[in-house]
Write a protein that binds this ligand. Structure first.
Ligand code: DHB
Length: 289
């Protein structure tokens, strides 16, 4: 299948942030996905937040507050030159303003077949989350990125919940700035709280919720997005089986991303977690592709 100018052997990718540093991207590739998506890369190296950074307070609810751990674009560029991929590499980037998005796209073009602009981290300290909710900066960021590369550029949107006007406004911006596709949804802003120690669990207080419990929120947004645009939609949110992927395709998505649903595949609950390869193979088999 085609996604913009990319040739994909099947409609599956990993979701950014889940096993998405280069050595693990090789595992997704070997497992058989049609394209791989990197962890979000920024300008400066960052160790991420102080732990805990990933918890499952309730079955099906995965909460993370990673804080964009990444080596920064310079190191990432050198590191990626040591790898070669047979499937398209989509580089996820995050910027704090419109200039950073343009800059990063230009710098990372040599190791990227396409880009996914992360404007939707629900717990970033500055930038990220807010950009997906701020039409003016969003428009400038997408425009700068678009003008800085010939490669396909996509945008990863936050969950707009019941705010259909915001979704409509954002989709108009996405079309106007000639994005090649929309990826949705990013994690939902969330928090856990310890009654015993009387404070939020995450050092950053907030995190993002993913996993099976967000699947139905994602379906609703993909459905609404499909009513509003003909752009390709790459859907993500709580996929644990081929049935979830079929649901996404049923409401108008073209491609699906596998993320923290990975944790729920197989016999994870008995500590017999079977890994990326079995997960991807089972979904491809269920889709008959
Ligand atoms: C991070 C970024 C995200 O967009 C997200 O949904 C979750 C975590 C991060 O690295 O902090």
């Amino acid at each position: 299948m085609k996604l913009a100018n990319l040739e994909l052997k099947n409609p599956l990718m990993n979701a950014s942030g889940v096993c998405s540093f280069p050595p693990l991207l090789k595992r997704w590739e070997e497992a058989g996905v049609g394209a791989v998506v990197t962890k979000s890369i920024g300008i400066e190296p960052s160790p991420g937040n102080r732990g805990p950074v990933l918890i499952e307070p309730y079955p099906g609810a995965v909460l993370n507050s990673m804080g964009f751990p990444n080596p920064g674009y310079e190191y990432f560029l050198e590191e990626m030159k040591e790898y070669s991929f047979d499937v398209p590499v989509i580089t996820s980037i995050y910027g704090r303003d419109e200039y950073e998005f343009g800059f990063l796209v230009k710098k990372l073009e040599p190791v990227s077949d396409a880009f996914e602009l992360n404007v939707s981290c629900p717990h970033a300290k500055k930038g990220g989350y807010q950009i997906g909710f701020e039409p003016k900066i969003l428009r400038k960021s997408l425009k700068n990125a678009r003008e800085s590369t010939e490669n396909p550029v996509s945008v990863k949107l936050p969950y707009y919940s019941a705010d259909e006007r915001k979704l409509k406004e954002v989709i108009e911006i996405v079309e106007e700035t000639e994005m090649d596709w929309i990826t949705e949804i990013n994690t939902l802003r969330a928090m856990d709280y310890s009654v015993e120690i009387e404070r939020p669990i995450f050092s950053n207080k907030f995190g993002g919720q993913s996993g099976p419990t967000i699947h139905f929120c994602a379906l609703a947004q993909v459905y609404k997005t499909r009513e509003l645009t003909d752009l390709p939609i790459v859907a993500s949110g709580g996929i644990v089986s081929a049935y979830n992927v079929k649901r996404f395709f049923g409401v108008g998505a073209n491609v699906a991303q596998l993320g923290s649903g990975l944790l729920y595949y197989g016999e994870y609950r008995d500590n017999k977690h079977t890994g990326i390869e079995d997960f991807v193979k089972a979904i491809l088999e269920g889709l008959k592709c």
